[in-house]
Write a protein that binds this ligand. Structure first.
Ligand SMILES: Cc1ncc(COP(=O)(O)O)c(C=O)c1O
Length: 347
């Protein structure tokens, strides 16, 4: 598939004397919005073409490139709600802090949908918990999949929102690799974020936020408020690249096989391998890192290993061989073990 932004950058004139930002003056791919490079605020060239392709890939009416992470997407979605007159949003009690920050900044009420904690992990809210929270709010915002690879009750949430005539939003910061699959946010939500940089080959902070069912105009206004006016072209090109990168079914299967072999958490997302080490988490992490293997996080109960279609089979085999050497400890059963690094406590 054509890569509009990367091709545009490659086609630059050989001689390019920079009297423009950025100050490093090396030009190359890290340029600013110039006569030939289009403009994120009002795209008509390569950026517009990339955003059109991305919307098609994600099943959206419109998609917007983000170079400021999923955080900017969450703020934009919640502002789109505010622009449409909504004043409250029900969301996972253990949402990413961007949700409560956006609510606070935008004067929206955050209505927590209860999450039980089982084996040290906040489980997705039940359909009943979603229903109770939605009764008290103007919209529903789910995190799906979450950092541990669990999905929200997406079908039930869609039905609840349809019946209540309230919009459904999904924070898919961890789900961009699912486009084209049944559990992708775009099959259920009115507004959603794909955190492309987390599970697809894109530079850190590369993401997209999307709308359908008539939400495009409010979202366009909202992203203009929260996006940078100095977008990084390498990041934008990488988001387009990441979303056009082919699936890697061999690594998907190898991940599921490793999970079975090593008694990992039975989640539904091949990109997230969650290994219960309990009170031996720290020692396991130190051992692995002394062999050059770095997990995504250690929450005090579990080590989590994040994969993507670019994970190499030999690296997964190395992880498997090292895991086999490591003893497991006791998992703290009730509370999240003090360490889920980025999830806020329920307000
Ligand atoms: C569920 C969730 N939403 C949103 C974000 C924010 O994403 P970003 O760091 O790309 O801004 C994160 C970050 O880890 C997250 O885990």
């Amino acid at each position: 598939m054509k890569l509009h932004i990367a091709d545009m950058l490659r086609g630059q004139a050989k001689e390019h004397i920079s009297f423009h930002t950025p100050g490093h003056k090396r030009t190359g791919g890290d340029i600013t919005e110039l006569s030939y490079s289009d403009n994120l605020y009002n795209p008509r060239g390569a950026i517009a073409e990339a955003e059109r392709d991305i919307a098609r890939i994600l099943g959206a009416e419109r998609s917007f490139l983000l170079t400021d992470g999923s955080t900017a997407g969450v703020f934009s979605m919640i502002y789109a709600l505010r622009l449409s007159g909504r004043r409250s949003v029900a969301a996972n009690a253990y949402s990413h802090p961007s949700v409560s920050h956006a609510c606070k900044a935008l004067g929206m009420d955050f209505v927590p949908a209860e999450q039980e904690v089982a084996y040290g992990i906040p489980r997705q809210p039940s359909a009943e918990a979603l229903s109770r929270a939605l009764e008290r709010a103007d919209a529903l915002l789910l995190t799906s999949p979450d950092y541990y690879g669990f999905f929200a009750s997406l079908k039930e949430a869609r039905s609840l929102c349809l019946a209540a005539k309230k919009p459904l939003l999904i924070d898919g910061a961890h789900g961009a690799h699912l486009h084209g699959c049944p559990l992708h946010a775009g099959n259920f939500a009115d507004l959603w974020v794909d955190g492309v940089h987390k599970s697809l080959p894109a530079f850190t902070q590369g993401a997209a936020v999307s709308a359908r069912n008539g939400w495009s105009e409010s979202l366009a206004e909202a992203v203009h408020t929260f996006r940078t006016t100095s977008p990084s072209y390498p990041i934008m090109a990488s988001v387009e690249y990441g979303l056009k990168y082919p699936r890697n079914e061999a690594i998907e299967q190898a991940s599921e096989a490793l999970k079975r072999r090593h008694g990992c958490l039975k989640n539904d997302d091949w990109t997230k391998i969650v290994v219960p080490f309990g009170d031996r988490c720290g020692a396991a992490q130190a051992f692995l890192e002394s062999h050059g293997v770095y997990p995504e996080f250690n929450d005090g109960n579990y080590l989590m290993f994040y994969l993507s279609p670019c994970t190499k089979p030999e690296e997964l085999e190395r992880l498997s061989a090292l895991l086999a050497e490591l003893p497991r400890g006791e998992v703290h059963l009730d509370a999240p073990a003090g360490g889920i690094p980025i999830y806020s406590e329920a307000p």
